[in-house]
Design a protein around this ligand. Sequence first.
Ligand SMILES: *[C@@H]1O[C@H](CO)[C@@H](O)[C@H](O)[C@H]1NC(C)=O
Ligand SMILES: *[C@@H]1O[C@H](CO)[C@@H](O)[C@H](O)[C@H]1NC(C)=O
Ligand SMILES: *[C@@H]1O[C@H](CO)[C@@H](O)[C@H](O)[C@H]1NC(C)=O
Ligand SMILES: *[C@@H]1O[C@H](CO)[C@@H](O)[C@H](O)[C@H]1NC(C)=O
Ligand SMILES: *[C@@H]1O[C@H](CO)[C@@H](O)[C@H](O)[C@H]1NC(C)=O
Ligand SMILES: *[C@@H]1O[C@H](CO)[C@@H](O)[C@H](O)[C@H]1NC(C)=O
Ligand SMILES: *[C@@H]1O[C@H](CO)[C@@H](O)[C@H](O)[C@H]1NC(C)=O
Ligand SMILES: *[C@@H]1O[C@H](CO)[C@@H](O)[C@H](O)[C@H]1NC(C)=O
Length: 781
Amino acid sequence: MGERKRAWFFLTVLFLCFFLSTHLCIGAGILSVGESISGNQTIVSEGDGKFELGFFKSCNNSQNHYIGIWYRKISEKTIVWVANRDRPLSDDYSSQLKMLEDGNLVILDSLKTVIWSTKLTSTFSTEAALLDSGNLVLRNPSNSSDFIWESFDHPTHTLFPGVKIGLNKVTNQSQRLISWKNPKDPGKGFFSFELDPAGTSRFVIVRNRDKFWSGTWNGNVFSFIPEIRSNDIYNFTFVLNQKEDYFTYNFYNSSIISRFVLTELGQIQLLTWQEDVGWKLLWLYALCGGFATCNQYGFPMCECLQGFTPCTSGGCKRNTPLQCQNNASNGEKDGFLKISNMGLPINPQFVAVGSARACELTCLNSCYCSAYAYDIHGCSIWEGDLLNLERLSGGGSTSEKVLYLKLAASELSNWTSGGNKKGSATGAIGGSVIGVLALLGLLVVLVWTRRRRNLVEGCLVTFSYRDLQIATKKFSEKLGGGGFGSVFKGTLPDSTVVAVKKLEGLGQGEKQFRTEVSTIGMIQHVNLVRLRGFCCEGTKRLLVYDFMPKGSLDFHLFHEEKDSKVLDWKTRYQIALGTARGLAYLHEKCRDCIIHCDIKPENILLDSELCPKVADFGLAKFVGREFSRVLTTIRGTVGYLAPEWVTGMPITAKADVYSYGMMLFELISGRRNIESVGQKFGYFPIWVARKINEDGEILSLLDHMLEGNADLEELNKVCKVASWCIQDEEVQRPSMGLVVQMLEGIVEVSTPPIPRTLQAIMQNHEHIVFFSEPSISNQNS
Ligand SMILES: *[C@@H]1O[C@H](CO)[C@@H](O)[C@H](O)[C@H]1NC(C)=O
Ligand SMILES: *[C@@H]1O[C@H](CO)[C@@H](O)[C@H](O)[C@H]1NC(C)=O
Ligand SMILES: *[C@@H]1O[C@H](CO)[C@@H](O)[C@H](O)[C@H]1NC(C)=O
Ligand SMILES: *[C@@H]1O[C@H](CO)[C@@H](O)[C@H](O)[C@H]1NC(C)=O
Ligand SMILES: *[C@@H]1O[C@H](CO)[C@@H](O)[C@H](O)[C@H]1NC(C)=O
Ligand SMILES: *[C@@H]1O[C@H](CO)[C@@H](O)[C@H](O)[C@H]1NC(C)=O
Ligand SMILES: *[C@@H]1O[C@H](CO)[C@@H](O)[C@H](O)[C@H]1NC(C)=O
Ligand SMILES: *[C@@H]1O[C@H](CO)[C@@H](O)[C@H](O)[C@H]1NC(C)=O
């Protein structure tokens, strides 16, 4: 794995593009008055020569030249700063970077026109120096620590460790990162990362200057993602005081080469350089677009609101235009859909009206109004795109937030007549991965796994779309929305009840679809959901499965307000074992090993006897490896994903083992592994790791709904197995076959070490509340 290059497609694109020119170095990092560089001449930073400044081309075959700074000692030319980002030069040999007598550093084109300047008004002379920190400074020649100008105050898309970004309230100087236009063009792109101009003292990602995309940074954490907290490798600092508001980050080991980058797709990435691997992604933060909700706890992370479908430019668009924007329509009035448990969008407008009804009318009468909310603070309305929608975790303990979304009358009847849609109280929505695809997929080449096989459809039934429309009563009863599309309940003419999955966003050819489906159709195991048939007509792709009357595991574990019975320990153990058997079959017994890639409680279905069946296996193939990597990396920050999804290592069946381990924790505790309580958050695996390694008081880990009713030995075993499954190193994780043997009691389970990642998170306990501590759990039930 040593020489393996990063597989992260667009990162690679970014760097492949640069022309590695040989250079002629100038002085000890200094350009004095009257001196200049041009062509292949460069300036190497003072000291160790870590950085280099000079002309670069944005691409081999491009005629555009820029002045920039890059790392000198690493093998991939990585640009970290650009001077003339929006004014490229057509020729580098006739252009100059020159230190003028008036104290300004300028770029002159072949006609000696100034196309970029430091724009200082001082008239005393300065010298330009490139420091080993990557900072290009203009300084007083007689006092090398007197900086008159520095590039750190004018960052482009990269933030260096230790450098501040924010607002200096004394000088009124602010900094922000602005993305590149695309990997080949360092010009100012669509996104910026900056202190909220609206003065909320939070960092936001802004698109097109005026539009806010979801994702705010409170200085400590982006939402509730533990991987992005300070840890023992790096820390984040966020300071708000009279003089300045800023954000910065630092690696404790200053010899680590790192970058914090805002990509052209509006993602924030933290990367470190490793000579044998290349740029290694430590984490990534992505966004959802307009009318899309960001669900930190679910998958897909971005989903469209009801009545909206993903659009190619990111975000979601209305299925049916509002009446007010469409005078030709039949005159039915627009209405509102109530959505609960929603973090309200940003940029509300406050309207001084005294009742909910008046608030509603205000919104109804404004063509631009998209939604309103009315609470103790009064009436808020939103115009245009709704941004920063965040699905709040269930539980209902937090003060309820209700948003009323304006929809066309026809849409509204779709969504309100169904009645018993699953989870409608928390506004479950038509899940689709396309929103994410649209955002990220621009550069992602879907690599379809091609495989030759006879088009034997075996015992699979081919349905016509019409058959399925009838069976599902025009797709009226939605069971849920998964990663690949929505699932509807249906009844076949012989009264068999089925679940029909409408696949979304597959651009796949018919032949290939049939091939993959027939592969899946051949797989049969008591712990795998059986595929009965499919439909493939035009662009329509549907799969027909056995219906599972008890729904999915998450429903039983996390939706306590429902009248369903609490799963007893014995059942949970059987679910753990059955799921392991199903996965072991997929990994080891099938003709081709199938990696599920998406193990989580939502994908474990229960039949009438509560026997677990793994759903959606084989579907990862439909979207191809590259896409699933991108998709799941984002989701990976939420918790079921093995580290190799993020680090770019090859994905093996051990990635499923990791996700399975994470799911076991949830089976034990009856809660999501990551939960937020006010400003604090809990991360259950840490608590387990401590208990089994330290005091061994494992009963406190058990779902309190079980009131201590569990077989202690089994509980202990499941905790240990789960901790083995989530080890950082794949080799340390057991195979699913071994997990089955451990749970069956054939193989002894030893005490696992605490995974490194957990250790890192534990370094920073002050922000972490462990479950079962009296302050957060109410055990007085
Ligand atoms: C730099 O460019 C000059 C002029 O074209 C050329 O003679 C020289 O060989 C180049 N230097 C290097 C190190 O490539
Ligand atoms: C760009 O130029 C470099 C150096 O000459 C070369 O190694 C690389 O293959 C070229 N890349 C492309 C895409 O042509
Ligand atoms: C050099 O400049 C720094 C920063 O402006 C200042 O603090 C320091 O006193 C100066 N030193 C001398 C010798 O003037
Ligand atoms: C900074 O900007 C604010 C608002 O634009 C203004 O009120 C303030 O006077 C400015 N301060 C300085 C020192 O220029
Ligand atoms: C973060 O790490 C840097 C470098 O070790 C250190 O100087 C700084 O004080 C740390 N900041 C916080 C908030 O711990
Ligand atoms: C810091 O990082 C460098 C390079 O990665 C490594 O060689 C060195 O051992 C590290 N130092 C410490 C104290 O961990
Ligand atoms: C709809 O009608 C209103 C008022 O009659 C008018 O202002 C508006 O431009 C019309 N909109 C469209 C899309 O025709
Ligand atoms: C809702 O109704 C509209 C108009 O009848 C229709 O076009 C649309 O497909 C329906 N949407 C759903 C999700 O059923």
